[in-house]
Each structure stands twice: as structure tokens, then as C-alpha cells.
Design a protein around this ligand. Structure first.
Ligand code: HAM
Length: 434
């Protein structure tokens, strides 16, 4: 019976793993460049952790199960609840700012589509313990610098930025009260995933007495940032604070050199319930892929978990959408598992000596391989080239006659006889000279 991998799950063959590792290396390098430390959490959590505050957007996408003690668990669909739980547990002991990143594997029971899978990895970058919009600017800047590091500029990717209190004031001006925001944000967040008819149906069912879906979309698309800020200024203390924060954020983005990648966008509201301030997403300028990254400020999450209040801001970026995007942009790197040395057997009676040499070279830290089959020397050279080896070392008649080996530089074609003892005592030095 033939059994395939489950829908939306991936088999990662070595060529896929090379790409995956290339991406993870770039994520880790960008995180470390900004002074973030890596953490990890459990692959599943108590179900309550997600039902508490993520909103229906996530909860309907959970893979859940019960253990033998009939406790309810869910495979993690995102990292933020775990992060908030971990920080809440040690809130008083952790030095501020808490700048952490992670590359967790997670599962969502989504309908699989291009760039959206049921199992994926998501780079998470978060700063906790800081109210200042400087933290919002830093996390956005990490994302932009990551894109730059893989050759993608502000012409390829845009970070759309908004603020929940600001959009809340703007929606109030067209009749959507703040108490209705959670549902409204969730629907607006889905507008580009739903067909125009489905969006109109869902929106109009709930809000058409105040504003039709068509007028809503025109309003969200056409209202300029300055007009939104004026509305927010009139929306009490919270609105005025949000305006100041958005101004400060914009200034910091400029100072950090990433302003040209960012645009204000009233349609970026995010679907998750826990965001309280700045919200942002990364989108490919062309190609129609869904968001490449999404995040925002969540100032109340640790409090919900019975910890002290620790404000936070951060984002998640999926491996699948980013790799699709890099592929579309023609920026996939050429990757190969190369070798330092391929050892060639030119005299089968010397095979035990060849194995001893291979062992010694590997212990010296070189990456080394050889053929398992007894093949003509020319074929073994071909294999060496196919494995992207930098050097070939031939064990043959010179070894029996004079304890010598031939070392060939496969990039230049240059080759030299070398005393076996010299190679054994300082292989790197010998190879460097060929
Ligand atoms: P999210 O919008 O649910 O936010 O996901 C963020 C990103 O994860 C998306 O923009 C996309 O790149 C990736 N992603 C989401 N679902 C999938 C999927 N099914 N397959 C592949 N990639 C996917 C969150 O998860 C928040 N917890 C992010 C956050 C961190 N906010 C603050 N800190």
C-alpha cells in the first residue's frame, strides 16, 4: 500500500534541507546582529494557552489531542503564547530589555496553498519589557535587514505599518464602535484571502447598517495617514498616545535606515486578538503571495497568564512563504554539500591504509569521503568532482614505493607528491600549499 505524506506537510530531501538551513542561517545572523538571544519552547501546550487570547483566527486552526489523563493539548500554531508564558514565569528575574528570537516548527490546520502549509517553521523575533516605540522600530528593522541580507530590497518587499488605536479611531468615525473591533479586525485581516463576494457577505451581515463593505474598503484604502492621525487625536488619551507613538516609530525607522521599506496602511490590522498597538506585515510588492511576515505590539499578554505586565512587540515570518518569494524573485542560492577532500583508491591492496588516512583527516576537522565501490581511478575523480571536493588525495603505487601520496587541487588542477607522514601530521597546511 502506497502512503503519501499528509496534506500540507513536507518531506525535506537533502536539497530542501540545504535551502532550509541557508534560510535559518540568514535568520539567525540577522537576529544576532541586532543582539537577540535564541530560545525554544515545547512543541505542544495546554489548549487553554491558545483559547485564552489568540482569537478565533488561530483557535479554529489548531491540531488538538488528549493524553491518557484526558488533558487537552494543542500542537503550537504560533510561538507568542509560549513566549508570554515563559516570560511571565520569570518576569522579575529577567534583565530588560528581553530581546529573544526562535525558529520553532509549528502546525496549523489550514487549507494548504502556496506559501501556507499545515506544518512550517516560523522565525520569531520579540522584544519584551520596553514600552518605547524604539523596540517596535528595532523588530521591523531586523526583518528589513534580513531581506536585504538575501538580496531583497525596498523594491521587492514592503512593510505595511498601522496602529490598532489609530485604526480603531478611524473605524469609529464610520460607525464601528471599539467593542466591535475584535471581530472587525479579524474580518478586515481576511479580506485579501476571501473572494470579494464572500468578504462582502460576511461584512455586510454584521455591519451594513453602518457601513457597506464597498465603502469600508474605499475608506481603508484612501484615507491618508495625516487624516487618521487627526481622528486618533480626537479619540481621548489613548488615541493621542498612539499618535505620538506612531510619529516616534516613524522617526526611529528613519534613523535605523529602514524607512524606505515601510508604508502606513490602514488595511493592516492583523487577525490575532492580543495586539494592542503597532501592527505590521511584510508583503511582496509583486506576485500576490499572502503576507511574508506579521507582527505587532501586545502589552497585556503576560498579565493574562497571571504574570506581571510585561509589554512586548515582535513578529513571525514563515519559511514557506519566504522561500516561495525568493524563488519567484530568482534569488535562490546555488547550494551544495561540498567536501574538503575525496580520497581515491588507486591500488585496492592499500584500502586499509586509505581508511586509516580518511579517519585521520576527519579527526583533524576536514570533511572527507571516498568511494565504497572499487572503481577505476578516472571514475573516482568524477565522483570527487560531483561531490564538489576541493582536493583529491590518491593512495597508490607511490605509497608502497616511497610512502608518498598524490594531492590534487581540483579547482586549479595543480598536483603534488606529498610524504604520507607530513599529510598525517599537518593536513591543512599541506593542502593549503597545493
Ligand atoms: P501570524 O500572522 O499568524 O502571526 O503569522 C505570521 C507569519 O507566519 C505569516 O505572515 C507567515 O509568514 C507565517 N505563516 C503563518 N501561517 C503559515 C502557514 N500555514 N504556513 C507557512 N507560514 C505561515 C503570528 O503567528 C504571531 N504569533 C506573530 C508574532 C510574533 N506577533 C508577535 N510576535
Amino acid at each position: 500500500m502506497k502512503i503519501q505524506s499528509p496534506p500540507g506537510m513536507r518531506d525535506l530531501y537533502p536539497e530542501d534541507m540545504r535551502l532550509q538551513n541557508w534560510l535559518f542561517d540568514a535568520w539567525r545572523r540577522a537576529s544576532r546582529a541586532f543582539g537577540f538571544s535564541e530560545y525554544e519552547g515545547p512543541i505542544f501546550e495546554f489548549l487553554d494557552l491558545y483559547t485564552l487570547k489568540s482569537g478565533a483566527g488561530i483557535v479554529s486552526e489548531l491540531f488538538t489531542f488528549q493524553d491518557r489523563g484526558e488533558r487537552h493539548f494543542a500542537i503550537r500554531p504560533e510561538m507568542t503564547p509560549t513566549l508570554a508564558r515563559m516570560v511571565a514565569a520569570r518576569a522579575n528575574a529577567l534583565p530588560r530589555p528581553i530581546k529573544w528570537f526562535s525558529v520553532p516548527r509549528m502546525c496549523r490546520a489550514e487549507r494548504p496553498q502556496r506559501g501556507r502549509l499545515r506544518e512550517f517553521y516560523q522565525w520569531n523575533v520579540d522584544i519584551l519589557g520596553v514600552e518605547d516605540p524604539l523596540a517596535d522600530a528595532e523588530v521591523i528593522a531586523v526583518a528589513v535587514e534580513f531581506f536585504r541580507s538575501i538580496g531583497l530590497t525596498s523594491e521587492d518587499v514592503v512593510i505595511t505599518v498601522n496602529s490598532r488605536p489609530v485604526v480603531s479611531a478611524a473605524l469609529a468615525s464610520i460607525g464601528i464602535a471599539p467593542e466591535e473591533n475584535e471581530r472587525a479586525f479579524e474580518l478586515i485581516d481576511r479580506h485579501d484571502r476571501l473572494s470579494a463576494e464572500d468578504f462582502a457577505k460576511l461584512w455586510d451581515e454584521a455591519y451594513s447598517d453602518r457601513v457597506s463593505s464597498t465603502r469600508l474598503m474605499t475608506f481603508l484604502t484612501d484615507t491618508r495617514m495625516s487624516a487618521c492621525l487627526e481622528m486618533a487625536k480626537c479619540a481621548g488619551e489613548e488615541g493621542r498616545a498612539a499618535v505620538e507613538q506612531l510619529h516616534a516609530l516613524w522617526e526611529r525607522l528613519h534613523q535605523l535606515g529602514v524607512r524606505d521599506s515601510c508604508e502606513f496602511d490602514l488595511k493592516t490590522v492583523r487577525g490575532l486578538a492580543y495586539y494592542t498597538g503597532t501592527v505590521f506585515e511584510a508583503h511582496a510588492r509583486k506576485g500576490g503571495l499572502r503576507a511574508l511576515m506579521g507582527g505587532g505590539r501586545y502589552d497585556d499578554l503576560t498579565g493574562l497568564l497571571d504574570g506581571p505586565r510585561v509589554p512586548g512587540v515582535g513578529f513571525g515570518m514563515g519559511d514557506a512563504p519566504v522561500l516561495e518569494f525568493v524563488r519567484d524573485a530568482g534569488k535562490l542560492p546555488q547550494l551544495a554539500d561540498d567536501l574538503d577532500v575525496y580520497v581515491i583508491d588507486a591500488d585496492h591492496t592499500l584500502f586499509p591504509e586509505l581508511l586509516a588516512l580518511v579517519g585521520l583527516l576527519r579527526r583533524s576537522g576536514l570533511t572527507v569521503d571516498f568511494s565504497y565501490k572499487r572503481l577505476p581511478v578516472a571514475k573516482q575523480f568524477k565522483q570527487a568532482a560531483g561531490r564538489h571536493a576541493r582536493y583529491a588525495i590518491v593512495v597508490g603505487a607511490e605509497y608502497t614505493a616511497r610512502q608518498e601520496l598524490t594531492v590534487k587541487n581540483l579547482d586549479t588542477g595543480h598536483q603534488l607528491p606529498v610524504a604520507a607522514d607530513r599529510l598525517r601530521s599537518d593536513a591543512r597546511d599541506v593542502l593549503g600549499g597545493v
